[in-house]
Design a protein around this ligand. Structure first.
Ligand code: EPU
Length: 422
């Protein structure tokens, strides 16, 4: 196991290029199973979650090659097994989303239920409701979901009970090859959903309305292969902007769309940062400015993303004044709080641990802390950069799921950070 050792007190300065969106790429890999031909994904980030997806497809007999341009070539027609085992699905819940494409294309699949997760129970009831509505016969057996359909799935009108990103993506991919026109209502509107629809349309699908609450999917008989590059990672972009703000630095993030981070940019401005928006880049300057505490309520896109809540809490810990941070998406996403308190933060949890009241302090002090999930670990790295003295962040494998080369990138931005084996 590795840890990150950070000597704090340096302001983050310089520029970086954001990677492709992890939460898009892993869904594009699942959706590639629908294609009757080779799919090539460009600019794929080097992340543990992407490796898990490659391993899962490999386990199913699908040939996946990383070519000399570092593109991912997926040859879905080589598939030999429609089973996704517990050992792989439990390490990354999003891999559950191979179920729909497999049923749609091959008429059968067996995929492990993902089980619990550090940030919440995360049920898949909306996924299963959608697949059943499309005509799949869904049964459970020994922790596995088995889905079967004879012939093609049949179009349906499906109303999600609430906004679900993974549920919307999953049912969209299942409906692509269904007979007739499927209408999904009350859909999640995240940019990654639009990206998935664009990708499927490149392969020959006919999806309209992705990015709005109503998506129409005109079923087609076959998808071809094709080439696609995912959108940039708005959460990685946001994490680096927050890190620069919290450490009093300045940064330009390239390959960054301001329109995907509207809620964050408004909060960073409210917190006192100067922000300039370019064509495909965002510059933030916090040098010589005082951080002000800002209230946050997380919510489905375009509201403030839960995936940036932990990082923003670190910023609030160092800001002038008190703030409240309300988490509305996941029931257990404050596990960074005890770790930040170890570094001198003043945070109190209220309302059944759904609200954190943060009182800004003059400084955080380096300590040994433990990462508990991907975004929590990012908040601890930011805290370590801004703190006085040395911080070690243990269980770095969490951060490797979603941030490529974090220590190299942070080093290039002037941070004294290194990875050590333990
Ligand atoms: N939910 C249900 N039933 C369902 C589906 C969801 O109760 O059938 C609940 C969840 O438990 C949660 C809420 O609905 O409380 C929203 O879940 P959603 O389905 O929207 O989230 P997800 O698809 O599981 C994706 C991202 C998460 C991100 C959330 C919210 C991927 C691979 N994951 O998860 O990303 O936090 O949307 O934006 O796209 C991360 O990157 O660190 C991460 C956790």
């Amino acid at each position: 196991m590795a840890l990150l050792r950070i000597q704090g007190g340096t302001a983050l300065c310089g520029d970086i290029v954001a990677s492709s969106a992890k939460n898009s790429v892993i869904n594009l890999i699942s959706a590639a199973l629908l294609a009757d031909g080779s799919v090539t994904l460009g600019n794929v980030p080097h992340l543990r979650d992407v490796s898990t997806m490659i391993e899962l497809l490999g386990h199913m007999g699908v040939v996946v090659v990383i070519n000399d341009r570092m593109e991912l070539e997926i040859h879905p027609n080589a598939i030999t097994s429609m089973k996704a085992p517990y050992e792989l699905v439990k390490t990354m819940r999003a891999s559950f989303n191979v179920l729909g494409p497999l049923i749609a294309r091959y008429g059968e699949a067996e995929v492990s239920l993902p089980g619990g997760c550090a940030i919440g129970t995360r049920p898949v009831d909306q996924h299963l409701k959608g697949l059943r509505a499309l005509g799949a016969d869904i049964t459970m057996h020994e922790g596995y979901v088995r889905g079967v359909v004879s012939g093609r799935l049949q179009a349906a009108r499906i109303m999600f009970d609430f906004s679900t990103v993974g549920g919307t993506e999953h049912i969209m991919t299942a409906a692509v090859l269904a007979e007739g026109t499927t209408v999904l209502e009350n859909c999640a509107k995240e940019p990654e959903i639009e990206d998935l629809a664009r990708f499927l349309n490149v392969l020959g699908a006919d999806i309209r309305g992705a990015g709005t609450s109503r998506i129409e999917i005109h079923g087609v008989e076959r998808l071809s292969g094709g080439y696609y590059e995912a959108i940039s990672d708005r959460i990685e972009v946001g994490t680096y902007l927050i890190a620069a703000a919290a450490s009093g630095g300045s940064i330009t993030v390239n390959n960054a769309l301001a329109s995907h981070n509207t809620a964050l940019l408004a909060k960073l401005q409210e917190a006192g940062a100067a922000i300039e928006i370019g064509d495909n880049c965002i510059t933030l300057d916090m040098t010589g400015r005082q951080l002000k505490a800002v209230n946050i309520v997380t919510g489905p896109y375009p509201a403030f993303p839960t995936d940036l809540q932990a990082q923003m809490m670190t910023l609030n810990c160092l800001a002038k004044g008190a703030s409240s941070i309300q988490e509305t998406i996941f029931e257990n996403r404050f596990m960074h709080v005890p770790e930040l308190i170890r570094m001198g933060a003043e945070i109190e949890l209220q309302n059944n641990n759904s609200v954190a009241l943060v009182k800004g302090v003059d400084r955080l002090v380096g300590a040994q802390v433990m990462a508990t999930d991907l975004r929590a670990s990012a908040s601890l790295v930011i805290a370590g950069i801004a703190a006085d003295g040395e911080t070690t962040v243990d269980r770095v494998y969490h951060i490797d799921r979603g941030y490529q080369q974090i220590e190299e990138r942070m080093q290039r931005l002037g941070v004294d950070i290194r990875r050590e084996a333990r």
